[in-house]
Write a protein that binds this ligand. Sequence first.
Ligand SMILES: *Cc1c(COP(=O)(O)O)cnc(C)c1O
Length: 380
Amino acid sequence: MEQKLIDLVRDIYATKKFIPLHAPSFTGNEKVYLNETIDSTFVSSVGKFVDQFEQEIAGYTCTGRAVATVNGTAALHTALYLADVKPGDLVLTQALTFVATCNALHHLGAKPVFIDIEHGSFSLCPVAAQNWLAENAKLNEQGLCIHNASGLAIKAILPMHTFGHPAQLDELLAVAQRWNLCLIEDAAESLGSWYKGKHTGTIGRFAALSFNGNKVITTGGGGMLLCREDSDAKRAKHVTTTAKLPHPYEFYHDEPGFNYRMPNLNAALGCAQLEQIGPILDSKRRIAERYQAFFTDTDFRFVQEPDYSRSNYWLNAVYCPSASARDRLLKVTNQQGVMTRPVWQLMHRLPMFANELCGDLSQSELAEAHLVNLPSSAIV
Ligand SMILES: *Cc1c(COP(=O)(O)O)cnc(C)c1O
């Protein structure tokens, strides 16, 4: 099995050299636009590419407004800040995620509550969230969601679209509405993924995208905050740009702000990359189809897009029949220069989140023991 898989991956990427998990490709106008920023001297926080990149992402995702940030973590931080998450508040999220999801709320002094995933998308399970809230929370007279045992406020629910596969957003939105929680989507991995015809990140009040080097398209480092409401987008732009009031020469800032604006240099790269997103997504889908065909009729289950969605197949994954099969797959492939990786360690095992509240995490634990990510770079 392992050897045949290695042969398949080498065939897909047509190389005998080391094959990374995910590498970017620059085959369009990247150098042209980057040179333009240098020639114009506008390499920093002001420049035409930042506005253009925001408008193009807003157009591509059909969202109200998009605000570019220095990275995805900064976009998440800003989303939680604007959702009024304060020190001591609780936020429901998943234990199976990249650490940035939890770091963002930690920076506000808030605490995660780890809820299980469902096995279709490997994203936050709306039934598990509803059950945990029904057992552990109530709405007070002001309509605030309160954790019974601690009296702390629960402010938001933060699902992550794992590997690009859209979470069950309608159901999560219903839970959010029922419990008066702000729905924030960690869509860092899901640019180009659609939920029932809508782009991921446009169902919640806020969403964060990432353009880190390993994501579907890259700006080197970068992120984007998507906002459903115009008023939220205005606030987002304001607080991410030092909360300066517009004036030709005076400095006046009307609240504590962040310096989270994406530099023009990075946005130029993003504009060029976004021009390539069609071929990138086509290639990723073809690669996923090769894996899918390979694992059919084996006891390994290739992770496919949920049937309500169209996924970007950002990071391909296979669910191994046992933990030992997973270990063998990881060992043999990595030994032979085909990079594979286990999924992230669950957040509640990390020292800084070890004492946080958890629901039942049995599905997350199964995923942790069985999943392997496979090489997924687009070929364009
Ligand atoms: C990549 C990623 C982020 C944010 O990443 P940045 O490196 O800060 O851009 C956040 N959440 C998840 C799940 C991610 O995969």
